[in-house]
Design a protein around this ligand. Structure first.
Ligand code: NZQ
Ligand code: ZN
Length: 386
């Protein structure tokens, strides 16, 4: 196991009715910027409830609404401007990962003397941020408990992740009932996203990290069990609760610190989103089995066989056949059980015209991954995914 520092300063209030803890925002001041997306929080009543609690606590609210899925730097800039001109004390995101990510970079931008895009391109420039609070409404990204934020500039076809300790939320409310209204499509995409986070951490060159690997297997089994239940019964509390808590742990450091290599499928997916604005989890589902097939070799077969045995319960002594079956199980789960799109054409990517430039950008990160991938490898994976 490698050396690491593990610190999660985020207080989690998990369960029904925990939104009452929003009164604690008063500890950070009197002016909050409420950040939200296209209006789901108004339709399911969370917006009214949050405003009532904040009002009673004496917190004034300004609003940054309309945060896009794959949040844009232009929206971040609007939020930063509001924080600076209105003397905002804290940022409260209510929504999914896009909303929380946008709020995080707004919070850092409010403390930065320059353009917020600098903070996306160069994480070392993030020195400070306003306190960040979140109410999560979609289980997927883990942004509610991690240091990362992913922001796009579609005018340049760029989507990059940034991260800093000060972007970890001060407090997050995780009420599984808030995810009852998440659509089938976003429930499936969210499950694929949290599974991908777990895979990115699970497949590593590090050999000695038993704790992290066994936790990963428990998380994957939880996601595989509960994803289909949430699709069939959107208001099944236990299924939604298990997905929510599993998603947070897939990315909060528990299963990555001390063991994970730089991620691989995510940088490739971010290029798909940057050029085609597709749903993150759908892109990951399409690429993951292709990537697994591509990197399966004598060096990796035992890891994929362990995945097959410990996650899918496959039995047998031949590692190669277990590994192939495990990859087939993964495809079947994504594309049949969860109904996710099975290839790039299914999400509207019908030509390879941008693959070279996308691959060149992705390879800046994938070259250091579990199985290093150069530009040509990434192009091959994109082509195989069509
Ligand atoms: O905008 P609203 O109206 O709220 O609707 C959203 C949006 O259309 C809707 N939704 C959210 N909660 C809902 C709901 N609809 C009904 N009921 C609810 N309770 O779902 C749609 C998608 O929301 P979004 O926030 O975009 O989804 P997700 O949470 O999957 O976030 C995706 C973004 O996070 C980034 C992705 O790249 C992408 O930009 N990621 C962030 C990470 C992080 N911060 O650590 C890591 C991830 O790997 C990922 O890259
Ligand atoms: Zn992700």
């Amino acid at each position: 196991m490698r050396n690491f520092t593990f610190s999660i300063p985020t207080t989690i209030h998990f369960g029904k009715g925990q939104i009452s803890h929003l009164s604690e925002l008063r500890q950070s001041g009197t002016k909050a910027l409420l950040v939200y997306g296209g209006g789901s929080i108004k339709r399911n009543g969370i917006y009214d409830e949050a405003l009532r609690i904040l009002g009673e606590a004496g917190v004034q609210v300004s609003e940054l609404s309309g945060v896009e899925p794959n949040p844009r730097i232009q929206t971040v800039r609007r939020g930063v401007e509001m924080c600076k001109s209105e003397g905002i004390d804290m940022v409260l995101a209510i929504g999914g990962g896009s909303t929380i990510d946008c709020a995080k970079v707004v919070a850092a931008g409010a403390k930065y003397d320059g353009d917020a895009w600098d903070l996306v391109l160069d994480r070392t420039k993030i020195k400070d941020a306003l306190p960040i609070y979140s109410v999560l409404t979609l289980s997927a990204t883990g942004s509610e408990m991690d240091s990362a934020a992913v922001i796009s500039d579609m005018t340049k076809n760029e989507k990059w992740g940034t991260a800093a300790e000060c972007l970890k939320p001060t407090m997050s409310v995780l009420d599984p009932t808030y995810t009852f209204s998440v659509s089938r499509r976003q429930t499936a995409a969210g499950t694929a996203d949290m599974m991908s986070h777990t895979f990115e951490n699970y497949f590593t060159k590090e050999q000695g990290a038993d704790v992290q690997l066994r936790f990963c297997e428990a998380l994957l089994r939880t996601m595989i069990k509960n994803g289909p239940i949430a699709l069939a019964e959107p208001d099944n509390y236990e299924a939604r609760a298990n997905l929510m808590w599993a998603a947070s742990h897939a990315i909060n450091g528990l299963v990555s610190e001390g063991s994970a290599d730089p991620w691989c499928v995510h940088p490739m997916e971010h290029e798909l989103s940057a050029f085609y604005d597709i749903t993150h989890g759908e892109g990951l589902a399409i690429l993951t089995p292709v990537w697994m097939d591509y990197v399966l070799s004598v060096k990796t077969v035992s890891a994929f066989a362990t995945y097959g045995r410990n996650v899918w319960g496959l039995v047998g002594s031949d590692d190669w056949s277990i590994a192939h079956d495990a990859i087939a199980k993964t495809s079947e789960f994504f594309f049949k059980t969860m109904g996710l799109p099975a290839n790039l054409r299914a999400v509207g990517i019908t030509s390879d015209e941008h693959f070279e430039v996308m691959a060149e950008k992705a390879a800046r990160r994938t070259i250091n991954a579990y199985v290093p991938l150069d530009k040509d490898d990434v192009v091959n994976i994109f082509r195989a995914a069509m």
